[in-house]
Design a protein around this ligand. Structure first.
Ligand code: ADP
Ligand code: ADP
Length: 224
């Protein structure tokens, strides 16, 4: 089950800047492309959905329950690739994922199996034992997706995952996300329309902290 309702959410930074205003969204399985220029409020919204920031107004419910009352059901279902995701250059991909699996409470043979599964989901089996310091930007982003998949999340949030990737890596990334969608809710933020126009089942467009559009890609094209 993955029903995520954002109800009149607002977010004001402590300095007073309002990054998100009265934003409502009803989301279910599929890929949501969250579009908007830099500064639109996308990262702030995604950090709220990842329970890393608490909305200053409104609420978020996951499968009917308010996450302010208990963020744990959402956290247990969440895979998150933050915009500033960093890897340990000295570790191999396998070692790094094993470390993160341990942090998430996975241990022993089950953890090793899950790490291998996630490496193959993102197509990194052959590079599993190479040091992350030797990886390309695209490969590092795939490590980022692999760590977000460790707990087989029903909700996968990826923030600007294609920044710094070349066109071929970007295309690979789009295919990977399509493969992963299935019965999950995937939320992908980007300021590049071509990242999501073919793969997204729904688009949301933000600017100035507000939701300007929510609908199918076809509806957006018809409106443009
Ligand atoms: P996006 O991800 O769409 O680029 P952000 O959510 O990062 O947008 O930022 C939305 C707005 O909030 C921007 O105007 C940004 O400058 C501001 N902002 C982001 N982080 C902070 C912060 N820590 N303190 C104050 N303002 C912030
Ligand atoms: P701090 O960053 O100082 O911990 P927060 O207000 O971000 O302050 O977090 C306080 C508590 O609320 C923490 O236990 C945090 O895990 C939880 N929390 C943070 N964001 C949310 C959210 N969106 N919904 C529910 N709980 C949250």
């Amino acid at each position: 089950q993955c029903e995520l309702f954002v109800e009149s959410v607002g977010y004001r930074y402590s300095g007073g800047h309002v990054a998100v205003s009265d934003l409502s969204l009803k989301l279910g399985p599929g890929i949501l492309g969250l579009l908007g220029p830099n500064g639109a409020g996308k990262s702030t919204l995604m950090r709220i959905l990842a329970t890393l920031a608490r909305p200053t107004s409104g609420k978020v419910t996951w499968n009917g329950a308010d996450i302010a009352a208990d963020p744990n059901p959402l956290r247990a279902a969440l895979g998150y690739l933050p915009q500033d995701f960093g890897v340990y250059a000295a570790l191999s991909a396998r070692e790094f994922l094993a470390f993160l699996a341990a942090v998430k409470g996975l241990a022993g043979a089950a953890a090793r199996e899950r790490v291998d599964d996630c490496l193959s989901l993102v197509g990194l089996n052959d590079a599993a034992d190479r040091r992350l310091g030797e990886f390309s930007g695209g490969m590092r982003q795939r490590v980022g997706i692999a760590q977000a998949l460790l707990n087989d999340p029903a909700l996968l949030i990826v923030d600007e995952p294609t920044v710094g990737l070349d066109p071929e890596e970007r295309m690979r990334f789009r295919h990977l996300l399509t493969d992963l969608a299935g019965r999950r809710l995937v939320i992908l933020s980007t300021h590049i329309v071509s990242d999501v126009e073919a793969s997204a089942t729904a688009l949301a467009v933000m600017s100035g902290g507000r939701l300007r559009f929510h609908g199918t890609p076809e509806q957006l094209l018809a409106q443009a």
